[in-house]
Design a protein around this ligand. Structure first.
Ligand SMILES: Cc1cc2nc3c(=O)[nH]c(=O)nc-3n(C[C@H](O)[C@H](O)[C@H](O)COP(=O)(O)OP(=O)(O)OC[C@H]3O[C@@H](n4cnc5c(N)ncnc54)[C@H](O)[C@@H]3O)c2cc1C
Length: 461
């Protein structure tokens, strides 16, 4: 075994939080190394968020062109060139390396395995190894797409988000397993590129964590675009090969049916990258699902070892990985931040997008919180008519007891931007003025909250 090299800060996995932590520590003068097997900057800029949003935008352009006539623009025949779609995506994924160099952190592009507590081994190309010890260790190793244990599915070579975003052809009939945000975003994009698309969801509704009216609206929008959706559907068996021909035996409440497609995409959740890397040797305990056990300060069961992002079971968004970094950084500087009660906004980049911050109606009911619910269809906002995007609604939840904004959900144009504004006020008593009648919200017969929304919904002004 080679002589161990000692680092003050050692980061395994270069996800968003781990990367910022490494840069912060290195810039603070600590000897820092990051061991990353594949993706400089982690999944978000390489294979997840940015590539998917990039291709989703190509799909939006395709959709606009297809509907150009309704805006008075005449086009000739339109074709999708997936090689160009892919090339555009590839062009934007290599931006992070320079910042690594500038930070002073050493980036070691290898797979890391623990061989002892706080000791990592990395195998080199020439067959040799490096052994690295860290005074403080940070695990930011992420997750990968889960392939459900359905007979024949693995042998069918299903696409995950990674391969789907690398396709250079438009699948003739894409069958999407899973109606969560990854499945929904990609389903709509490929429909707009010209695929026939079927979504198969095991649960009772797509977008399973949203209220039924929200999921219903997305389903309606998708159905209008010609996307077939099966809910409460269990795939029993798969035959064939994705990219050629696949045949699925699917069971629903109305019996069994055989579905035939050309390609199959597995978007049924994530599995943590924690297996087979010696975490047991390092004294890092896992929970029953393989995620790293952490407390509210993201400390693992091993002293001086923290976990960040998805591998720690944190909500699966890049901004959460970044927030995990901020919490750890502040605590190491003497702070007392925890992950408890974090307000986590998110956006699903379908078209129109779905954005939410705070509680849904169902969550408020489950928690026994009395709340007023107010809804405004997007068609009531005149701006949406000017751009021909009138689908969706805004839905706000306001605490009955003290008028605090508890939650806001929107399906509609620029939902993520609108939600960000509401987020700033969430948790506080709503003191907005109604933009139409200039009355304070509380003047509206006690109906406080998002004043304009409530006024407009109640048609009071
Ligand atoms: C299709 C898709 C779209 C998404 N879109 C969005 C979005 O729009 N907005 C959003 O907020 N979130 C989105 N997400 C989620 C987001 O990508 C993740 O939550 C985010 O990347 C945070 O991940 P992380 O920091 O936990 O780890 P990751 O970014 O996954 O980083 C983990 C890193 O660890 C490395 N690694 C693992 N094991 C080892 C090892 N043993 N040795 C060395 N290196 C190792 C991996 O190669 C990887 O680079 C999307 C996810 C998917 C799948």
């Amino acid at each position: 075994m080679p002589q161990p090299e000692r680092f003050e800060t050692l980061v395994l996995g270069s996800g968003n939080g781990g990367m910022y932590l490494a840069w912060h520590m290195a810039r603070s003068g600590r000897r820092t190394a990051v061991v990353e097997r594949h993706w400089i900057g982690g999944s978000c800029p390489n294979i997840n968020c940015l590539p998917s949003k990039n291709e989703i935008w190509s799909a939006k352009v395709a959709d606009l062109v297809h509907h150009a006539a309704s805006f008075g623009a005449k086009t000739g025949s339109v074709a999708i060139d997936m090689v160009n779609v892919r090339q555009r995506k590839r062009g934007m994924v290599a931006m992070t390396l320079q910042q690594y160099k500038a930070s002073g952190a050493e980036l070691i592009m290898r797979t890391g395995n623990f061989v002892a507590p706080k000791t990592l081994e990395v195998r080199l190309n020439d067959g040799g190894t490096r052994v690295l010890t860290g005074d403080q260790i940070f695990l930011n190793i992420g997750t990968h797409a889960a392939i459900p244990n359905v007979p024949g599915l693995e042998a069918a070579g299903p696409l995950t988000n990674i391969e789907a975003l690398e396709l250079d052809y438009v699948p003739q009939h894409l069958i999407v397993l899973g109606g969560g945000y990854v499945g929904l975003e990609l389903a709509q994009a490929f429909r707009r590129f010209g695929s026939r698309v079927t979504i198969i969801e095991y649960g009772p509704q797509i977008a399973g964590r949203e209220d039924p009216d929200v999921a219903g609206e997305i389903r309606r929008i998708f159905s209008d675009e010609g996307i077939d959706i099966l809910v409460g559907a269990e795939v029993r068996h798969v035959q064939g090969r994705s990219g050629q021909h696949v045949s699925l035996l699917v069971r629903t409440s109305s019996g069994e049916q055989t579905m035939v497609g050309s390609d199959i995409l597995a978007a049924t959740g994530r599995t943590p990258n924690t297996a087979g890397i010696g975490l047991d040797v390092a004294g890092v305990e896992l929970d029953g699902r393989g995620y790293i056990k952490v407390n509210e300060r993201l400390e693992t069961s091993a002293p001086d070892v923290w976990a960040i992002g998805e591998c720690a079971g944190s909500p699966q968004f890049t901004h959460v990985s970044f927030d995990d970094f901020r919490g750890i950084r502040d605590n190491l500087a003497g702070g007392n931040r925890t992950t408890r009660d974090r307000l986590i906004p998110y956006c699903m980049f379908t078209d129109p997008p779905l954005a939410r911050v705070g509680l849904s109606e169902g969550e408020a009911q489950l928690q026994g919180i009395e709340a007023r619910v107010t809804k405004l269809p997007m068609s009531a906002v005149l701006r949406t008519h000017t751009i021909g995007e009138t689908q969706g609604f805004m839905k706000a939840l306001v605490a009955a007891r003290d008028d605090r904004i508890l939650g806001f959900t929107m399906i509609g144009p620029e939902a993520g931007e609108v939600m960000a504004v509401v987020q700033m006020a969430a948790g506080r008593p709503a003191i907005y003025r109604c933009a139409r009648c200039d009355f304070r919200a509380s003047n509206h017969g006690g109906r406080a909250g998002l004043a304009l929304l409530e006024c407009a919904a109640a048609k009071e002004c």
